[in-house]
Design a protein around this ligand. Structure first.
Ligand SMILES: NC(=O)c1ccc[n+]([C@@H]2O[C@H](COP(=O)([O-])OP(=O)(O)OC[C@H]3O[C@@H](n4cnc5c(N)ncnc54)[C@H](OP(=O)(O)O)[C@@H]3O)[C@@H](O)[C@H]2O)c1
Length: 241
């Protein structure tokens, strides 16, 4: 068992990732209204938390690296802190590069998903900060195993996957996305090669969505011209690749 995972993203009409690169709002359209849709729609899902890749979480975490000497050698086992009913902010950070300095992001309790290769000093830093952590196998790429632990250890049933494109691509490749929630802003990026909202870059990257099919399950026009699309991810008909 693992949580139900909804990949919730905002994008331009050409599927790009970085809102800072999008064209401006048209005359008479409120840029604030456009940017408010993301959190408002996220709230409608009543998820118990959100997952992001290491780069996205690095933009949100405010801690600084600390030198912790004489950290005890500890087993690579889950470290579970009482979240006191808070939602969860989950970072996929195999190398242990993010420094939090506290146990929450915007009030949501942090869980770091790590590889077993991170140092004892880094684990000590997380424990000092009050951050929970689990391990995604020896190299940190066992995302299905990590998601199963979120269900079995933390009892989580529904999560939002909130990017960036790299981690979304990895989740797609592992068949860990149950639904896409896509906000298409009336804007364009337009540059060839600009990162997109699903950007798998593994060695077998030709078809990360192989064997999966999308079914439209909802659409809504929002204030200012953003279009919200919902797609369920299903097993594709035909033989499994
Ligand atoms: N448009 C939106 O709705 C939206 C939403 C969220 C974020 N963003 C933007 O997206 C940008 C970051 O996106 P991004 O795609 O560059 O990075 P990302 O997905 O946030 O993070 C990628 C990192 O995740 C780690 N990772 C862990 N397991 C992995 C796996 N199995 N496969 C691949 N990577 C794995 C790697 O960290 P290591 O390098 O440490 O190994 C990798 O570099 C930010 O600028 C953010 O503002 C946009």
């Amino acid at each position: 068992m693992r949580p139900y995972i909804i990949c919730h993203m905002i994008t331009s009409i050409d599927g790009r990732l970085h809102p800072s690169r999008f064209t401006e709002a048209a005359a008479g359209v409120s840029a604030d209204a456009l940017s408010s849709h993301y959190e408002e729609v996220a709230g409608r899902f009543e998820a118990e938390g959100w997952i992001v890749g290491r780069k996205t979480m690095s933009e949100l975490a405010t801690g600084a690296k600390r030198v912790i000497t004489n950290a005890p050698s500890v087993a690579r086992e889950p470290h579970v802190v009482d979240r006191n009913g808070r939602n969860l902010a989950i970072a996929i950070d195999p190398s242990g590069r993010i420094h939090y300095g506290q146990d929450h992001i915007g009030g949501d309790h942090i869980i770091a998903v790590l590889s077993e290769q991170v140092s004892d000093a880094y684990l000590a830093e997380l424990r000092e900060d009050g951050v929970s952590y689990i391990f995604a196998g020896p190299t940190g790429d066992d995302l299905p195993g990590a998601m199963a632990q979120l269900a079995s250890i933390f009892g989580i049933r529904r999560l939002l996957l909130e990017g960036g494109g790299t981690i979304n691509g990895a989740f797609l490749r592992h068949r860990l996305i149950d639904e896409f929630s896509t906000l298409i802003q009336p804007a364009v990026d337009g540059v060839a090669g600009s990162p997109s909202i699903v950007d798998y870059n593994g060695v077998d990257g030709a078809h990360p969505g192989a064997g999966q099919a999308l079914r439209l399950i909802g659409f809504e026009a929002l204030k200012g011209g953003t279009v919200w699309l919902r797609h369920a991810v299903e097993e594709a008909p035909g033989p499994r690749p």
